[in-house]
Design a protein around this ligand. Structure first.
Ligand SMILES: Cc1cc2nc3c(=O)[nH]c(=O)nc-3n(C[C@H](O)[C@H](O)[C@H](O)COP(=O)(O)OP(=O)(O)OC[C@H]3O[C@@H](n4cnc5c(N)ncnc54)[C@H](O)[C@@H]3O)c2cc1C
Length: 465
């Protein structure tokens, strides 16, 4: 039983990957550590529960990765997906550190497995957690407990006492009682504000009502807001986030990966007006899947439909819900509530524009359209073999990028540029330092592991000096 009346060396707020990496690393550095997880034990681990893999640089193939993925290549990928909107020094530092994480995380009990196949194409770059994010978390929690990290669940931090950039105490609501918890240092690892619809509405307006939140309902950004309100420097654009197109029938929160749809490259995507609006074949799916949430968010009523035919039905992992089907395009349109004539026209126009080519979804193949706007630049094949299918999709918000600015020690910077005396941040809550916009699969966990490990070590060092 944790003793909330004692003063700990390190207080970690959050219970996901970043928090656990920080807690373990602080404890290994000799600090007494308390973890306050706002969720009940069964739901511990925030968005990390839903993860599958992590992107780390490596100079040679490993047991489970097919080849090298150099620091430079990782950095190039990051520059491409963010359009250069990253803190280059921190990004390069994170990428260099990610090499060690491949072994460090195994030392904490986590196991790897070879990449999943399908449209993911991640076998060279991303290591998959054996058993997925929940198994990964179980391993981290087990290690943390064995090391003597104290963990309290159902422990919502409701206030932070911060004076002149220095953390003094946190108010925690636990068992119906609010208590002040003191610690020498703070590691904030409490996620972004993606589950806070009211906050999202400040930037997205009423459209945010139509967003689905893919992960935990506990990431409401309460800690982020307190830190920003109490003088920590803000980083990132509040409208930027990781958002994918997910099954529109998914629950409002926590649908996870089983409502994600990876079939955009196999068909076309139309909006409420049965019109295409973006190149479905722009790039390899792991580099493009994360733009589709924003694209759908920009469409009328924040709804779109991925349309394909029976030839590709088994080419991708199925969603929780079956696709909607029709024996003709007109029939399908009726099932979807779309204008049948318009959808028939859109499909016919698309089919007429498809050029001959050799289909290969693992490379940027030569199957493309000509003479239509927007084009489909790869993987374009005619949609012509009944039955026809569609998935309705909505923006599925994964995590937000607005965050606290940090330096290489994961130490928060205050608005005047000074480093905080004793406050560190890791994971989603500071992801905006690296991710100005865009995303490449697996970087979320890299950010949490690298900066979590450093935050824990630095917090312990500070507390014990
Ligand atoms: C469906 C899905 C799939 C994903 N797949 C991948 C993937 O395969 N690879 C990848 O790299 N990334 C993936 N991500 C992103 C990844 O989940 C995050 O980048 C990563 O887990 C963030 O870790 P974190 O520790 O910062 O946050 P989280 O794991 O979300 O943890 C935040 C924690 O803070 C707690 N908390 C919040 N507020 C408070 C409070 N006031 N008091 C106390 N506790 C609080 C929450 O309960 C939670 O435990 C995925 C996300 C989703 C939703």
């Amino acid at each position: 039983m944790a003793d909330l009346t004692r003063t700990y060396d390190v207080l970690v707020i959050g219970g996901g990957n970043a928090a656990l990496c920080a807690a373990i690393s602080a404890r290994r550095a000799g600090a007494s550590v308390l973890v306050l997880e706002g969720a009940p034990k069964f739901y511990r681990g925030g968005n990390t529960r839903h993860t599958r893999n992590m992107r780390c640089a490596h100079d040679a193939a490993t047991d489970i990765l097919t080849g090298p993925y150099t620091e430079d290549e990782f950095f190039d990928d990051l520059m491409r997906v963010t359009g250069g909107q990253t803190d280059e020094e921190l990004a390069r530092f994170m990428i260099a550190q990610s090499k060690e994480i491949l072994d460090w995380i195994v030392e904490q009990g986590v196991r790897w497995q070879p990449s999943l196949g399908g449209t993911l194409s991640l076998g060279r770059t991303n290591s998959f957690f054996l058993g997925g994010g929940r198994a990964m978390l179980n391993a981290l929690y087990l290690t943390a407990e064995k090391l003597g990290v104290e963990i309290v669940y159902d422990a919502q931090v409701t206030d932070l006492d911060i004076a002149d950039g220095m953390f003094l105490s946190a108010a925690v609501k636990h068992g119906g009682v609010v208590q002040d918890v003191r610690a020498g240092t703070l590691v904030a690892a409490a996620g972004g504000f993606e589950a806070n619809i009211e906050w999202l509405k400040e930037y997205w307006g009423e459209a945010a009502e139509n967003f689905l939140i893919r992960g935990t309902p506990y990431n409401c950004g309460t800690i982020l807001k307190m830190l920003l309100d109490k003088g920590v420097q803000q980083v990132g654009d509040p409208t930027q986030c990781h958002a994918v197109a997910i099954d529109a029938r998914a629950p409002k929160f926590d649908g996870g990966i089983i409502t994600r749809l990876d079939c955009v490259v196999f068909g076309i995507v139309v909006n409420r007006d049965a019109a295409r609006f973006y190149d479905e074949g722009e790039d390899i799916w792991p580099k493009r899947y994360a733009i589709w949430g924003r694209l759908v968010a920009a469409q009328p009523d924040q709804i779109a439909y991925i349309v394909f035919d029976s030839t590709v039905l088994t080419s991708f992992m199925p969603s929780l819900y079956p696709p909607i089907s029709g024996n003709s395009i007109g029939d399908l349109a009726q099932q979807l509530g779309l204008d049948a004539a318009k959808l028939e026209h859109t499909v016919a126009e698309f089919n007429a524009s498809v050029q001959p080519g050799t289909f290969d979804h693992t490379i940027l193949d030569d199957c493309r359209t000509e003479g239509i706007s927007p084009p489909k630049t790869h993987w374009a094949r005619r949609i012509e073999i009944a039955p026809f299918y569609a998935y309705p999709v909505r923006p599925g918000i994964t995590f937000t990028y607005l965050g606290t600015r940090v330096n290489r020690d994961s130490r928060m910077l205050m608005r005047d540029g000074r480093p905080s005396a004793n406050m560190f941040a890791a994971g989603e809550i500071m992801a905006g330092n690296v991710l100005g916009r865009g995303y490449a699969a697996g970087i979320g966990m890299t950010i949490g592991s690298v900066f979590g490990r450093i935050a824990g070590k630095e917090a312990a060092k500070h507390a014990r000096n």
